[in-house]
Design a protein around this ligand. Structure first.
Ligand SMILES: [Ca+2]
Length: 273
């Protein structure tokens, strides 16, 4: 092996090491599970649970007193429609914070969706660290409330005949919606070792999962409903889904932070860097 080639190998190894070290790890997710006081979404293919909030959440220019947790990788600001209405046809008609939307399924009892609201000082401190790392120019972040949703080992929905064996791929990711007095932030965490699939089958085709924010239908001219603003973190390309755990907009690989709403006015969801 030539000296030059060996040099490249050293660089590639070093680079891989740096990438691995800087990526968020499963153990660095916000604490979750029954010990963290989480509730569990019912197992299923398209389950929803309303969570009334102790403190309003801001999304675009709206203020919300409850959110809806769904199996398919999102939190909604209104009761979601059936999954057939939005899978493969995004954006959805309702307000959606899409951590990683696809046709997910927890019917097998292995995959679980945990959720809670939390205002403990320890959690709010970690929230502030993430927001400050993402927005170092802004004044100090003072979060007062957070919703923590964790999709753990969720699998793509499959026809029953295809089996539920241990070979099923599974994803683990987390969404924290943190609210200050007049603004809300979404912190999305994708540990590389928890991400095993990039697409789910939708209508007979393989559709890449999606992350992003959608205001849903809004009143347009003459009170006609039109699609409101929609910000996509991923594109229609699987590579962009892979990047969720390998890249970042917040200074920590696998962690993405966005300001998603402010009160009383809001401009737009925008990339931080
Ligand atoms: Ca589903």
């Amino acid at each position: 092996m030539g000296l030059k080639r060996r040099g490249w190998l050293v660089w590639i190894t070093l680079l891989a090491l740096v990438v691995t070290v800087n990526c968020v790890r499963w153990s660095e997710l916000f604490q979750y599970g029954e010990n963290a006081g989480d509730r569990l979404l019912d197992p299923g293919n398209d389950q929803t649970q309303e969570l009334p909030l102790d403190k309003s959440m801001y999304f675009y220019d709206g203020s919300f007193d409850s959110v809806y947790i769904n199996t398919n990788g999102f939190v909604a600001t209104a009761e979601p429609t059936a999954e057939s209405e939005y899978l493969g046809k995004m954006p959805a008609s309702f307000g959606m914070i899409a951590a990683l939307v696809g046709d997910l399924d927890t019917s097998d009892g292995v995959g679980k969706v945990y959720y809670r609201q939390d205002a403990s000082p320890a959690l709010l401190l970690r929230v502030a660290e993430h927001v400050t790392r993402a927005f170092p120019q802004d004044e100090e972040a003072v979060p007062v409330h957070a919703v923590v949703v964790t999709w753990e080992n969720v699998a793509p929905h499959e026809a029953p005949s295809r089996g539920d064996g241990p070979s099923r791929t599974r994803n683990t990711f987390q969404l924290v919606v943190a609210s200050m007095e007049t603004a809300s932030y979404a912190i999305l965490l994708y540990p590389a070792e928890g991400m095993q699939f990039l697409s789910t089958p939708v209508g007979g085709a393989s559709e890449p999962c999606q992350a992003g924010f959608s205001k849903g239908l809004v009143k347009g001219w003459f009170w006609r409903a039109t699609q409101g603003p929609y910000y996509r973190i991923t594109t229609r390309d699987e590579a962009s889904v892979r990047e969720l755990s390998e890249a970042t907009n917040s200074g920590m690989r696998g962690v993405w932070v966005y300001e998603i709403g402010t009160y009383p006015f809001f401009a737009a969801v925008a990339p931080v860097r």
